[in-house]
Design a protein around this ligand. Structure first.
Ligand SMILES: Cc1cc2nc3c(=O)[nH]c(=O)nc-3n(C[C@H](O)[C@H](O)[C@H](O)COP(=O)(O)OP(=O)(O)OC[C@H]3O[C@@H](n4cnc5c(N)ncnc54)[C@H](O)[C@@H]3O)c2cc1C
Length: 321
């Protein structure tokens, strides 16, 4: 979670819990597949007063978010109706209720987006990805990515020697190019510098199957229809190369809360958020294009202009949303 994401949780009074459960990340390192350093970013130096960058698992993030909140699980909405007054929601268990507003925070394949707004299918961006958690690598202390030809391998240290790994390759289809075969996945990154093959082998030997997903984005408007509003991935999912998906969702939630508290119409939420989200979408695509440059050009760009590229991607996010 980059600092703007952590700051959004801080606004809810959750930064201490986040630091307790997660791990503050001080450096981001970009290497080529042979392990040669292309760029290193001092994160506290870059983000300054915006705050720390923190790594933690999705489950731990949910625990932090849910603390003290009554959440109704294992149910879903099956119908939404609005005719000027409150929004009526029907649930799968047969219950129904009226609400002043309904927030569709239901992710990339949002039912609310499809049902209430119509359409807005996710768009495949041409990458296949795998994620896994691996124990026993306490010597990994920085966010580190190795960039190969049409593929990348990222490790992020978590707590107690656990590392989060994210691997991706350029792909033309949304299906798993390894067909779920761990040996085929190991082979894809077998020529990468150590510790990549060792970490991957350890993860494939001890963990469950890596989590495969095609990378998709959502570009959809509007986000507001009378009293129904979309936030986060439901409104604007993006490829993960900036690690800004959760940050954008959290900032959405804060700005939406401020909009409602101030009595302004929900459309004011979209007007305020749209430029920032469009900026992050555009930067995300730009970074993907840089990644796809021929290896020597990409490596030279990162060596000589990496700091400017990083700065233009993230500097505008140092200010509050
Ligand atoms: C490979 C990968 C790596 C990523 N890495 C990062 C990263 O490092 N940092 C970062 O900030 N972001 C990252 N992201 C993006 C991030 O995960 C998302 O942007 C973020 O989770 C969006 O939050 P959200 O609450 O909008 O949606 P989600 O996290 O998808 O949450 C939606 C919730 O809605 C629930 N739901 C869905 N449909 C229904 C329904 N019909 N009824 C009831 N509930 C429903 C789901 O169960 C889920 O709990 C990554 C994404 C990918 C694919």
């Amino acid at each position: 979670m980059p600092a703007n994401s952590v700051r959004a949780l801080g606004a809810l009074g959750l930064e201490a819990e986040l630091r307790d459960r997660g791990r503050v990340i001080a450096r981001q390192r970009f290497l080529d597949e042979r392990g040669r350093l292309l760029l290193e970013i001092d994160l506290p130096g870059f983000w300054g007063e915006a705050g720390p960058c923190v790594a933690l698992g999705h489950r731990e993030l949910h625990e932090v978010l849910r603390e003290g909140i009554d959440v109704r699980l294992a149910t879903t909405v099956v119908d939404l109706r609005q005719r000027g007054g409150p929004v009526h929601a029907d649930f799968v268990d047969g219950s129904g209720e009226d609400y002043d507003a309904v927030v569709g925070a239901d992710g990339l394949r949002s039912w609310v987006r499809a049902h209430a707004f119509g359409g807005g299918e996710p768009h495949f961006v041409g990458q296949a990805s795998w994620r896994l958690l691996v124990d026993g690598f306490a010597d990994v202390t920085s966010w580190t990515v190795w960039l190969g030809r049409g593929r990348a391998f990222l490790v992020i240290p978590l707590d107690g020697g656990r590392v989060y790994c994210y691997a991706d390759i350029d792909a033309s289809e949304t299906t798993d190019p390894t067909s779920g075969d761990p040996a085929a996945l190991a082979e894809l990154f077998g020529r990468f510098a150590e510790p990549v093959p060792t970490i991957l082998a350890a993860g494939l030997a001890t963990g469950g199957a890596p989590y495969f997903s095609p990378i998709e984005e959502v570009v959809h408007e509007p986000w507001v229809l009378d009293k129904i509003v979309l936030v986060g991935d439901a409104a604007h999912a993006m490829a993960p190369n900036m690690a800004e998906g959760a940050g954008m969702a959290l900032e959405d939630a804060l700005v939406l809360a401020e909009t409602i508290a101030s009595g302004r119409p929900l459309e004011a939420f979209q007007a305020r958020r749209r430029p920032r989200v469009e900026f992050v979408h555009a930067q995300t695509r730009r970074r993907d294009r840089t990644r796809r440059l021929p290896g020597t050009v990409r490596n030279a760009s990162l060596r000589f202009a990496g700091r400017q590229i990083f700065n233009s991607s993230y500097a505008p996010l140092r200010t509050a949303p």
